[in-house]
Ligand binder design. Structure first.
Ligand code: ADP
Ligand code: MG
Length: 317
């Protein structure tokens, strides 16, 4: 197959693994840097240009690997590919739901997936109410679009909580305030989900007294067997936002597993290191199957295009 990876250069190791694994499976892999793509649309003709040249419409599949700093531009390019009838491994709608932490929580709750109590507000006064709603300090404050543990804070007291919230607010950073699940003891579980399967799961443990278990923050990782309930929750979470490829972060609370985050275009280097698995190989296995089905279903029929347009206009859902 001819497969395009829509990415930036923020994860060169992950990207080269994806390229290498795709080539090993006999695919023709093309890396499209999001920032070198441009789009032109009109009622007669729409197309994507790459480095100024019109792209021939000959990809069997597109795998998005859009990082946080390029969310808006990346999703715009991806929407164009989607509107042109390409098979894409994850839709911009699902990616947008996963990328915004609060929006993601709203979808999870609507689908009865357990999460810690979480709040979102605009004014100083309303944040005071939310601090109480999540059970008061110690509490967690997170950037809505944060990742890899950067922008996740633990506030031990009320004054500290107000200071962090207000400083981030002044900097125009969107945040969520969340109940601190103390009993998780600096551990979380990363479940790598592809389609309706959990292909790998690792437990990550914070080091040096940190409460964040992210490997990028120094956390250690080992392979873990999930309980039946943890599996159910991780799969239900992925389904709730409509993602195909997701990194679901769970924590063990006294009330059972809770989802603290769903990562779109999740990194897999740490996971491969801990499990010895070929994660890109698993991604391609899924993409190959889905891309074939997509062709059979007649991707560019008028009703299909209308469905895509509806999806795009529902992007706020
Ligand atoms: N509500 C919480 N209670 C306890 N620990 C938490 C909570 N939320 C996050 N953490 C810890 O902080 C880490 C980073 O939080 P997460 O929501 O996954 O954001 P990021 O996108 O930065 O990975 C988690 O891996 C977990 O160890
Ligand atoms: Mg996380």
């Amino acid at each position: 197959m001819r497969i395009a990876i829509l990415a930036t250069d923020s994860d060169p190791r992950g990207l080269s693994r994806l390229v290498e694994s795709g080539q090993e499976r006999g695919h023709d892999i093309v890396v499209l840097n999001i920032l070198s793509c441009s789009v032109s649309v009109s009622s007669e003709k729409s197309c994507v240009h790459y480095e100024g040249q019109e792209l021939e419409n000959n990809f069997d599949a597109i795998i998005p690997r859009i990082d946080v700093p390029h969310t808006d531009y990346g999703f715009t390019i991806l929407r164009q590919f989607e509107a042109m009838g390409y098979y894409i491994a994850d839709t911009p709608l699902a990616l947008a739901r996963g990328r915004d932490k609060f929006r993601c929580f709203q979808h999870l709750v609507a689908n009865k997936v357990p999460i810690p109590m979480t709040g979102f507000a605009h004014s100083k006064e309303d944040y005071d109410v939310i601090i109480n709603t999540v059970g008061g300090p110690p509490l967690i404050i997170k950037l809505v679009e944060g990742t890899e543990g950067v922008g996740v804070f633990l506030a031990e007291g009320e004054k500290e909580a107000r200071n962090i919230i207000w400083t981030l607010h002044q900097l125009n950073s969107k945040i969520v305030v969340q109940e601190f699940i103390k009993e998780s003891s600096g551990e979380d579980i990363r479940c790598f989900v592809i389609g309706d399967r959990i292909v790998a799961s690792i437990r990550r443990k914070a080091t040096d007294g940190d409460f964040r278990a992210n490997v990028s923050q120094g956390g250690a990782a080992d392979v873990i067997d999930l309980t039946a309930e943890e599996k159910r929750v991780a799969l239900a979470a992925t389904k709730a936002v409509g993602l195909n490829i997701a990194g679901v972060d769970l924590i063990r609370s006294k009330n059972g597993p809770m989802v603290i985050e769903i990562n779109t275009s999740p990194a897999f280097n740490g996971l491969e290191k801990a499990t010895g698995m070929d994660i890109p190989g698993e991604i391609y296995q899924f993409v190959e199957k889905q891309a074939k089905k997509h062709k059979k279903s007649g991707a560019t029929s008028a009703s299909f295009v209308q469905k895509l347009i509806d999806n795009v206009s529902n992007l706020r859902s």
